[in-house]
Design a protein around this ligand. Structure first.
Ligand code: SF4
Length: 489
């Protein structure tokens, strides 16, 4: 294992320079070096004034200052959605089912263990396990599941249970504690003892209250979400943070969201790092996927009879930088969406790299944006391509079914100008692929790796629409889901 040291994000937080002009070269250089911290107002200014490619270049410079010029990473993992039964009714979700619904499912232990076994057989190192929030499953169910995974597959990192799940665990199990934080502690500790290694950042969406109330019906508040992560950090677990944008929110909401992550990360580093506490290791953002979702049926801005697109998008009126906007500020707030395409995605990701000066990894979201934009994202501040995913059920339910295997993800990274490297959950490099046996350099005939033979949509009985990416080539009647252009192919 190559020990990829992480010396480039000092625990000392940089000073802000509120009077500095974001277009000033000296200020940008200080930002790139981690010596100046951008404020929320400056971030909005940057968004409004800087052209896309310049913003990408600036984020790329910052990324290179942290991660160097050579390696960009990926992980081999498997998304396991153990149940689709969920008490929440998020308007952007096409995955959830009500208890008792015909296609509701909860996977048996043996099925879950088989999935982990299949992952291990292809060299995978991590499972990302999240569910709906199923009131029928007792705490013992989770403890036993983690225990069995750990005893059968001790080398597999278990990255599982997002903050909304923990808040529902508290509601379902009524653990001891006088405050929410103490209750989360009570329910998280046995899961950590049973083998939980880290927490994924699912359910972050947008933290601003006005947005959250509209899109995350029955889902926890931002404060609760951040509290769960704080507890995880106190217990020594690292976590990731996420943001789902491109719906009813404004750009100000996105910046406020980044600001919340940065603030809580500052506190985690200051309070917990000296004693071995955890922190946010990674941030990943992606645009809302509208298919099959209630939110996707909301009119886009400009489609309503009275929409005046010369005026600001309602979300931008409500989306104040301090998160205090209310729906009363615009009568159409929540009734119009503004989907994010490649430009908005890349700008948002670049901004996240610059704003989150205390977060190590920024992940590309090729799963939602497709392989090519995911690849370009590596030049817009992302250092990590995310996962060679064996399975994904959530965004595929919302109509997005991009899948890649290891040779393809390696080639995408190499074609972006970097050496691909497999990492573990802690972002340590397991294998840097520079020799002829690299997964991509080993391929003699790329025609077998065309999308047509790579990707299979695999609706499985009782699991909803899924998407499986096979290791190596496949044959048969695979359906073409994504067209990948490969250099020299
Ligand atoms: S996004 Fe998650 S919490 Fe919300 S309804 Fe879907 S499964 Fe439930």
């Amino acid at each position: 294992m190559i020990d990829q040291a992480k010396p480039h994000i000092p625990d000392r937080r940089p000073d802000t320079a509120p009077g500095a002009d974001v277009m000033d070269q000296g200020f940008q250089d200080a930002m790139v070096a981690g010596e100046a911290r951008i404020t929320a107002e400056q971030a909005l200014d940057l968004w409004n004034r800087m052209p896309l490619t310049d913003l990408g270049l600036l984020a790329d410079r910052r990324c290179r200052a942290i991660h160097g010029d050579a390696i960009r990473t990926y992980v081999i993992d498997r998304n396991i959605n153990y149940t689709n039964v969920c008490t929440a009714k998020c308007t952007f979700c096409a995955f959830r089912r009500s208890l008792g619904a015909e296609d509701a499912y909860t996977l048996e232990y043996e099925t879950l263990l088989t999935k982990v076994r299949e992952l291990v057989e292809i060299g995978g190192t991590q499972i990302l396990m999240q569910g709906g929030m199923n009131p029928e499953l007792p705490l013992d169910w989770y403890v036993e599941l983690l225990g069995r995974i750990c005893s059968e597959f001790p080398g597999v990192h278990v990255h599982a249970f997002s903050p909304p799940e923990f808040i529902e665990f508290v509601n379902f199990f009524d653990p001891p504690g006088a405050t929410l934080k103490e209750k989360v502690h009570s329910v998280m500790r046995p899961l950590v003892e049973a083998g939980l290694d880290s927490l994924p950042g699912g359910g972050g969406e947008i933290f601003a209250d006005a947005v959250r109330r509209k899109i995350g019906l029955g889902k926890c508040t931002a404060e609760a979400w951040l509290t769960v992560m704080r507890v995880a950090h106190e217990l020594g677990l690292n976590t990731s943070a996420t943001m789902m944008f491109g719906h009813i929110e404004g750009v100000g909401d996105r910046i406020h969201h980044l600001d919340m992550v940065r603030r809580w990360q500052d506190d985690a580093i200051a309070d917990l790092a000296p004693n071995g506490g955890g922190r946010y290791h990674a941030f990943i953002s992606w645009p809302f996927q509208p298919d099959n979702t209630p939110l996707g049926r909301v009119k886009c801005w400009g489609e309503g009879e009275d929409d005046d697109v010369e005026q600001p998008f309602p979300g931008d009126v409500v989306g104040l930088l301090d998160g205090s906007g209310t729906r009363e500020l615009h009568p159409l707030f929540g009734r119009r969406i503004r989907l994010a395409g490649a430009n908005a995605y890349l700008r948002t990701q670049a901004l996240s790299r610059l704003y989150l000066d205390n977060v190590w990894s920024i992940g590309s979201s090729w799963v939602t944006m497709g392989p090519h934009i995911g690849q370009v994202a590596l030049r817009f501040g992302a250092n990590d391509m995310g996962s060679v995913m064996m399975e994904e059920n959530v965004v595929s339910s919302a109509g997005t079914t991009h899948c890649l295997n290891e040779p393809m993800i390696c080639r995408l990274i190499r074609d972006a100008g970097f050496m691909p490297a497999q990492r573990d959950n802690d972002y340590r490099v397991l294998k840097a692929h520079f020799g002829p046996s690299a997964p991509d350099l080993d391929v003699e005939d790329w025609s077998k790796f065309r999308a047509r033979s790579l990707h299979q949509e695999q609706p499985r009985e009782g699991e909803g629409a899924g998407c499986s990416s096979h290791y190596g080539t496949t044959s048969g009647d695979a359906s073409a889901i994504v067209d990948i252009t490969v250099k020299g192919n």
